[in-house]
Design a protein around this ligand. Structure first.
Ligand code: B12
Length: 147
């Protein structure tokens, strides 16, 4: 699955590709996948898609339910296994995985900081692919906090 096609499929719902990596045992990724791809959001696009989809407001955790439906469906179509940042406890180490696949850095207040998005970004899911998919190297960037 080329990353461009995945970016287009999730982009229709306002989600962004947030990097990926080829897991090693020390990453603690369940199973033995060849590739992990992070999916998240920044800016208004995901919120606009969520509002337009108008999920039932009185169900528990409507954003999580909508994320599971949308990204779970895309994962199924692609033969990938979805993992969600909100499933737990125990929670999966999304922040650790994010630092493996993208130029994000610990900030003094905890959340990871991104050179473009600042603190205003989040992770919603990781897709596990059995095969080893070629991935672009994370952009070389320094932490905005390192000055
Ligand atoms: C539980 C949880 C909370 C709980 C924390 C309770 C607790 N004391 O543990 C509460 C509800 C308080 C919370 C609050 C917030 N959270 Co929260 N939370 C989570 C959740 C679901 C699980 C965290 C976890 O336990 N992971 C399990 C461990 C094993 O994974 P890990 O990646 O290795 O986690 C490590 C890092 O978090 C690391 N860590 C934490 N701080 C720092 C700092 C440095 C310098 C380093 C190196 C590491 C580090 O220590 C953890 C343990 O090893 C994650 C989603 C996820 N699955 O990770 C979101 C998550 C971490 N939260 C997030 C956010 C945005 C927030 C809030 C800003 C929300 C808000 N608007 O208020 C606040 C910020 C609080 C703060 N100042 O840090 C985002 C962070 C995104 C980002 N930019 O990094 C995440 C990733 C969710 C998402 N959808 O993207 N959260």
């Amino acid at each position: 699955m080329p990353m461009k096609a995945l970016a287009a499929a999730i982009g229709r719902h306002g989600f962004l590709l947030r990097g990926g990596f080829h897991p090693l045992p020390a990453d603690g990724v369940p199973g033995d996948p060849g590739t992990l791809v992070m999916i998240g959001n920044a800016g208004p696009a995901m919120w606009e898609a969520f509002r337009a989809a108008c999920p039932e407001p009185f169900t528990p955790n409507p954003l999580d339910a909508w994320t599971r439906e949308v990204l779970g469906g895309i994962a199924r179509d692609l033969g990938a296994t979805p993992l969600f940042s909100f499933d737990g406890p125990p929670y999966l180490p999304f922040q650790r995985w994010a630092m493996r696949g993208d130029a994000v850095f610990p900030s003094p207040i905890g959340p990871l900081i991104h050179p473009t998005y600042g603190l205003w970004h989040a992770y919603r899911a990781a897709l596990l692919f059995a095969g080893r998919i070629p991935l672009p190297a994370p952009a070389a960037a320094a932490s905005p906090c390192a000055c």
